[in-house]
Design a protein around this ligand. Structure first.
Ligand SMILES: *Cc1c(COP(=O)(O)O)cnc(C)c1O
Length: 369
């Protein structure tokens, strides 16, 4: 069996977890939490880090903390995981979608300006699969129209856009530490911001909005989205290995690209573009048809090789359609990759031999039709 993702826990994870158990610090009160917040925010180059239970929780808190006026519009890609868009809708904001750039799977930044109205309050960028969003035009739009930037960097630990780290662009930025991300805490997330007031607001919101004056008195609702010391212990150990993680991720991607070079009917991901080098959060393939995409995945499954289909577009999500969003909207590039795209095993736990087996099988499937 070659699963789509196997995490790699080869540093001091065990040592730090034992420390938690021996000291009894297993809740969010333990010392690893602050240490992880400090070390991760320093690594990305931001002043404040607020650790939370997972990446989706980070988005809930970040969006609420931005305090955008209810009913205002936020520009987001239609091709994304649902988390950022559901966070907007739950806060009474209106997501306004843009199509993807089929080369990077990221939002087509040239489509943003046409979507800006006098109700637009922010652009929520989501870096997808391996390349960052082309940030310069986003920053330019944001400054020209006085919009905030919310940055979902959940797939981009250590990735850089023109030499600057992803997660350092938003007024507020979020990460996830799910086991398929570059560094993992099992479940976990982090909010980053340079704004101290925003950071304090996030700390309140993730901790049930306890008020300092009198514990158990509340003026509003928050969430219990705290990260535990156990999770943070893993995070500290994982962060120590980030350089080798990024190196290995790129080796995995390059090995697949080398193995699959020249293959027909399936498009390989780019190695680099004008502003970044692929970090291969996933190794993403796009088949020439939906049938071929399904066929390759079911054949690989027969050989016990795991795959995942691409994200499904936001404008085609039943949950948003039922709420009356995105009626009659169409984004052809996103619709096509959502149907024809899939990704193959490329987690940090994969061996070179396994990469070669998966590559060989894909070649066989394509050759045999
Ligand atoms: C993984 C991911 C999330 C959600 O993170 P969880 O920790 O799984 O809740 C959000 N946004 C993007 C882009 C992601 O890839």
């Amino acid at each position: 069996m070659i699963p789509v993702n196997v995490p790699r826990l080869i540093g001091r994870e065990k040592e730090y977890l034992i420390e938690c158990i021996e000291t009894g610090w297993i809740s969010s009160e333990g010392p690893f939490v602050t240490r992880f917040e400090n070390e991760f925010s320093t690594y990305i180059g931001r002043k404040n880090g607020i650790a939370v239970a997972n990446g989706s929780a980070a988005l809930d808190v970040a969006v609420r903390a931005m305090n955008l006026e209810k009913g205002s519009e936020v520009i987001v890609p239609t091709f994304t995981i649902i988390s950022p868009v559901q966070s907007l809708v739950k806060e009474g904001l209106i997501p306004v979608l843009v199509d993807v750039d089929p080369e990077t799977f990221n939002m087509d930044v040239s489509a943003i300006e046409d979507k800006i109205t006098d109700k637009t309050a922010a652009i929520l960028v989501v870096h997808i699969y391996g390349f960052p969003v082309d940030m310069d035009p986003v920053i330019e739009m944001a400054s020209k129209y006085e919009l905030r930037i919310i940055e979902d960097a959940a797939e981009m630990h250590g990735q850089e856009y023109k030499g600057r780290k992803c997660g350092s662009f938003g007024d507020i930025s979020v990460f996830s530490f799910y086991p398929n991300k570059h560094i993992t805490t099992g479940e976990g997330g982090m909010i980053l911001t340079d704004d101290d007031d925003l950071a304090e607001r996030c700390r309140q919101l993730k901790n049930l909005c306890f008020i300092p004056a009198r514990r158990f008195v509340h003026e509003e609702f928050g969430w219990n989205y705290r990260m535990t010391n156990l999770q943070a212990a893993l995070g500290v150990a994982q962060l120590e290995q980030i350089d080798s993680v990024i190196k290995r991720k790129r080796e995995i991607g390059n090995r697949y690209s080398q193995n699959l070079k020249g293959i027909s009917r399936v498009k390989l991901p780019a190695v680099k573009n004008s502003y970044a080098q692929n970090i291969y959060w996933v190794y993403a393939l796009v088949a020439e048809s939906e049938e071929l995409c399904d066929h390759i995945q079911s054949e690989l499954k027969k050989h016990k090789i795991g795959t995942r289909p691409f994200f499904w577009c936001m404008h085609e999500q039943p949950v948003f359609q039922k709420m009356g969003f995105f009626k009659n909207e169409s984004y052809p590039h996103a619709e096509k990759i959502a149907r024809n795209g899939f990704y193959i095993p490329a987690g940090l736990g994969i061996s070179d031999a396994e990469i070669d087996i998966v590559s060989e099988k894909i070649r066989e499937i394509i050759t045999n039709g």
